[in-house]
Write a protein of this length. Structure first.
Length: 122
């Protein structure tokens, strides 16, 4: 059974923007809000060099990494060709204007040390 935890109101995430969610372990999770009000959640680390995706530019259902402009799909966390690699996506629900994340995912996904990030070719 999934334990959904409330994180914030959809209105707390800027349209075409993001909000960071700190965790007890591991890198923060970035919540993104598209122009059509779809909300997505990804580990806040680009698969290329570990850049903070929450500081990137949101367009459509993608975000451009602020470090090297890689395009990352918000639905799956994967870089768009010709780039390769993925960051961890998190399940997200929106109910009555509130954004909810899966508590188990927050506590278990991508909590390993961050030293291995950015191992992809430049």
């Amino acid at each position: 059974m999934t334990n959904w935890v409330p994180i914030c109101a959809v209105a707390d995430i800027p349209v075409l923007g993001s909000r960071r969610v700190a965790r007890q372990q591991g890198a923060a999770v970035a919540l993104f809000r598209a122009a059509d009000d779809h909300v997505f959640a990804l580990l806040d680390r680009c698969p290329h060099k570990g850049g903070p995706l929450s500081q990137g530019i949101v367009f459509g259902h993608s975000v451009a990494c602020p470090l090297h402009n890689w395009t990352i799909g918000l639905a799956d966390g994967c870089a768009r060709a010709p780039d390769e690699g993925c960051t961890t996506p998190f399940a997200v629900r929106v109910e009555e204007g509130q954004v909810l994340l899966d508590a188990q995912e927050l506590n278990t996904l991508a909590i390993e040390p961050l030293a291995a990030a950015g191992q992809a070719a430049a």
